[in-house]
Design a protein around this ligand. Structure first.
Ligand code: NAD
Length: 334
């Protein structure tokens, strides 16, 4: 019998636990060689343990090196800082990789989107270095370093080489943020010289947003600083069927955490309505990362068949199936 990979499972909050249940039931039915070590985090554990990201969670991921994570709520403007950002920082998960690909059977304005967002995950405005100057003024620091920028650029080019991608495009606002985005762009250009076989170009982030809406087929691998990467990821999800189908991975040198692009969607929580596809595709990225490509392919095949058939889709894709019914349909197609 194949030995099982021990993986940390963080169900998260909001819709997290219900989509996590759906995904783990599919992996179990597919005989995925994975054993879960369940770790809770977020607002729910704050009262009992005094912190939203207890040490045990980080220790579990550091030990197992791989985690599958449901979304965790971050209150806007008050309360604790984001568990998601803290986790990425603590484990130095520097590369956020988010494929956005047209899926069969899903209504969308575009038919041939095949993008990969490679987002720097540790610095920029997203690091949350900010202060209140007085009641009417606040400041945020946009910190960009050459080291982090070269590291994410190298990840993007290596990804392009290993996955036979067409080109890499650096995204910035270097015309306005001349020092910070200017440094990011300079770092990507330096790294690009080491990959003459991969076509390379550059675009300003505002123009990119327009181009993606008009003609997304033009782009392939996009490498971006943290905040632009966050925003463009949601835009790319919208090109391929919405947040319910957009997977992601946070990759570091010593650990990797796989999670959907979407958040905890509090308004949907507890209704057994949320689409588990994004987390399921994230789990497939995880299986490939673990060297279990055949198992990932089998699950993706069943998922794509369900989407194409269109008989048991969740509400966000125009259907009426519950989260659990969708999962059962995928299992039936395995
Ligand atoms: P969201 O991604 O939770 O929801 C945005 C929209 O997409 C909503 O209309 C929602 O109903 C829909 N949606 C999202 N996931 C869906 C799914 N699986 N199936 C069907 N529809 C889905 O974004 P938000 O409302 O801005 O954020 C809610 C909370 O999640 C916030 O506290 C935010 O900080 C947090 N968040 C967490 C993560 C993470 O854990 N990595 C990522 C993004 C946002």
């Amino acid at each position: 019998m194949t030995e099982k990979h021990l993986v940390t499972l963080i169900p998260g909050d909001g819709i997290g636990p219900e989509i996590t249940r759906a995904v783990t039931s599919i992996l179990q039915a597919a005989n995925a060689p994975v054993a879960w070590e369940v770790q809770t985090a977020g607002a729910d554990v704050l009262e009992a343990e005094g912190e939203v990201l207890p040490r045990r969670v980080l220790e579990s991921i550091a030990k197992n090196k791989v985690a599958l994570k449901g979304p965790i709520t971050t209150p806007i403007g008050k309360g604790f800082r984001s568990v998601n950002v803290a986790l990425r920082k603590a484990l130095d998960l520097y590369a956020c990789v988010r494929p956005a690909k047209t899926l069969p059977g899903i209504k969308s304005r575009y038919t041939q989107v095949d993008l990969v967002i490679v987002r720097e995950n540790t610095e920029d405005l997203y690091a949350g270095i900010e202060r209140k100057v007085n009641d009417d003024t606040a400041e945020s620091i946009k910190r960009i370093t050459r080291g982090a920028s070269e590291r994410i650029a190298r990840y993007a080019f290596e990804y392009a080489v290993k996955n036979n991608r067409r080109k890499v495009t650096a995204v910035s606002k270097a015309n306005i943020c001349k020092f910070s985005d200017g440094l990011f762009l300079d770092a990507v250009r330096t790294v690009a010289k080491d990959y003459p076989q991969i076509p390379y170009d550059e675009v300003l982030v505002d123009n990119l947003c327009m181009q993606l809406v008009i003609n997304p087929e033009v782009y392939d691998v996009l490498v971006l600083p943290n905040l632009y990467g966050d925003i463009v990821s949601d835009l790319a999800a919208g090109l391929t069927g919405g947040l319910g189908v957009a997977p992601g991975a946070n990759i570091g040198t010593h650990a990797a955490v796989f999670e959907a692009v979407h958040g905890s969607s509090p308004a949907l929580a507890g209704q057994n309505k949320a689409n588990p596809t994004a987390l399921l595709l994230s789990a497939c990225l995880m299986l490939r990362h673990l060297g279990e490509a055949a198992c990932a392919e089998r699950i993706e095949g069943a998922l794509l068949a369900v989407l194409k058939e269109g008989a048991s889709l969740t509400f966000d894709l125009g259907g009426r199936a519950t989260t659990q019914q969708f999962a059962e349909s995928v299992i039936a197609h395995l």
